[in-house]
Write a protein that binds this ligand. Structure first.
Ligand SMILES: NC(=O)C1=CN([C@@H]2O[C@H](COP(=O)(O)OP(=O)(O)OC[C@H]3O[C@@H](n4cnc5c(N)ncnc54)[C@H](O)[C@@H]3O)[C@@H](O)[C@H]2O)C=CC1
Ligand SMILES: O=C([O-])C1=[NH+]CCC1
Length: 315
């Protein structure tokens, strides 16, 4: 009989997962995914069950990496919460299985993984697509993703100024309290993004919060919210004038309101740029539309379990 699964919960994931190890693994996984080699990654578009009463969705996100021996699925609920709600916008659990026997090896809290891997992939998009002389970062939204994005972007790059905007003053005040360095609080999204080199949108909005006419030429946008086909964060103007990159073409064509409703053309996946099969248009306005992928959770969970085992073996 197989050993019972290891349970690793959020505070431990927080201790075990570090961007310096996570970022290169995610970069490699994005490249593998975009090669569409079934021995490297099998990852269907996630299955979604609407939770009508709760105004949310349950998503099942499986991924199999045959060459790496990683079989994984994340269960994630995400909600269209009203501001002021004390309930979380995203709740997740990641399950690692043994591909040979099918037994569960580990059950891992998925919130820290979701926050960190999403932010790390946005940072990879910036590494590939922002101008090298980028100085100003703007973050729209001040929730959990805003914080993880702030952390990895300031760890990986040296911005001279970080601006934040939220619909509520409390949101900005809370955010400023949670970070170590000064940030510029902006009273409007327009004020935050005018002249910014890199813009991150991490809101629960279902209507555009970022308009192309505010975004300067050559700026890079990482758009993380709006993960349903009828939800938007970006306007048609931005989607149509920017070169659009995504994590998964299939995912974007079935889930991204910004892509589907604007009719914008998807130029490439990030993995195509990593593999050298599509160029990085750093000189143009670029949008990375993030939706999240099971393979990102799989490599993150594998890293957590490996670190946990390494620590457990230490005397
Ligand atoms: N692309 C991906 O892989 C992932 C995307 N997400 C999405 O990222 C977004 C942010 O997630 P969290 O930070 O966990 O949520 P959160 O609830 O912690 O933060 C949401 C932020 O959006 C703001 N907001 C809410 N409604 C708004 C509106 N109508 N206009 C402008 N701002 C508004 C809130 O004030 C708050 O600052 C959500 O849409 C979530 O579904 C979350 C995880 C992964
Ligand atoms: O990839 C993910 O975990 C999610 N994408 C949208 C909400 C949660």
């Amino acid at each position: 009989m197989a050993a019972p699964p290891v349970i690793i919960w959020e505070h431990e994931v927080e201790r075990l997962l570090h961007y310096r190890e996570l970022v290169p693994r995610l970069e490699e996984a994005l490249g593998k995914f975009s090669r569409r080699d079934s021995a490297e990654v099998i990852q269907p578009v996630r299955n979604i069950v609407p939770l009508q009463k709760q105004n949310g969705f349950l998503a099942l996100m499986p991924a199999y990496m045959e060459n790496d021996g990683v079989l994984c699925t994340k269960l994630v609920c995400f909600y269209k919460r009203e501001d002021g709600s004390t309930l979380p916008a995203v709740q997740a659990t990641v399950v690692l299985l043994d591909p040979e026997y099918g037994n569960v090896k580990a059950v891992i809290g998925g919130e820290v993984i979701t926050d960190m891997r999403t932010a790390a992939v946005s940072a990879i998009s910036a590494k590939l697509l922002m101008r090298p002389e980028a100085e100003v970062l703007a973050i729209l939204g001040t929730g959990k993703q805003a914080l993880s994005h702030y952390r990895v972007f300031t760890e990986m790059f040296s911005f001279k100024e970080v601006r934040v905007w939220s619909r509520t003053r409390e949101g900005v005040a809370r955010f400023r309290h949670s970070v170590s360095s000064p940030v510029t609080a902006c009273v409007s999204a327009e004020e935050a993004v005018r002249g910014a080199d890199v813009i991150v949108t991490v809101t629960r909005s279902t209507e555009p919060v970022l308009f192309g006419r505010w975004v300067k030429p050559g700026a890079h946008v990482a758009a993380v919210g709006a993960c349903r086909p009828n939800w938007r964060e970006l306007d048609d103007g931005l989607m149509k004038e920017a070169v659009v990159y995504v994590d998964s073409r299939e995912g974007a064509m079935s889930e991204s309101g910004d892509v589907i409703l604007s009719g914008a053309e998807v130029f490439a996946e990030l993995g195509d740029v990593i593999n050298g099969t599509k160029p990085a248009h750093r000189e143009k306005k670029t949008v990375f539309k993030s939706l999240g992928m099971g393979v990102q959770d799989a490599v993150s969970a594998k890293l957590v379990l490996d670190q946990w085992k390494a620590k457990a073996c230490q005397p």
